[in-house]
Design a protein. Structure first.
Length: 104
């Protein structure tokens, strides 16, 4: 049975736009190398209910499987690039959500 896709949900607050742009520039080629797909981002999201309102930017992207997502995250090139994200943002969360398994 094929693996289910996983969705990555990042919530961050940009604190230094120049540093964050360096991260963005390198992010997409690395994500695509691992079969990742950008879904969306939003700086103007709205919390309708609950105590854990998101702050700043919300980004959603997906990978074909959990294994591939973890390989992307642990990749040396990605981890080196993520130093720009760490320098230019406050990361509130990076969450992996499993998609529904393919139906037969």
């Amino acid at each position: 049975m094929p693996d289910a896709a996983v969705y990555m949900i990042a919530n961050l607050v940009v604190t230094d736009a120049d540093e964050y742009r360096k991260y963005e520039k390198g992010f997409f080629p690395i994500m695509k190398r691992f079969g990742g797909e950008f879904v969306t981002f939003d700086d103007n999201h709205e919390n309708l209910e609950g105590d854990c309102a998101l702050e700043g930017r919300v980004i959603i992207f997906k990978f074909p499987s959990e294994e591939i997502a973890k390989r992307w995250y642990n990749d040396e090139e990605y981890q080196a690039l993520s130093e720009f994200r760490r320098a230019g943002t406050t990361l509130k969360s990076l969450t992996m959500v499993h998609g529904m398994p393919p139906r037969s």
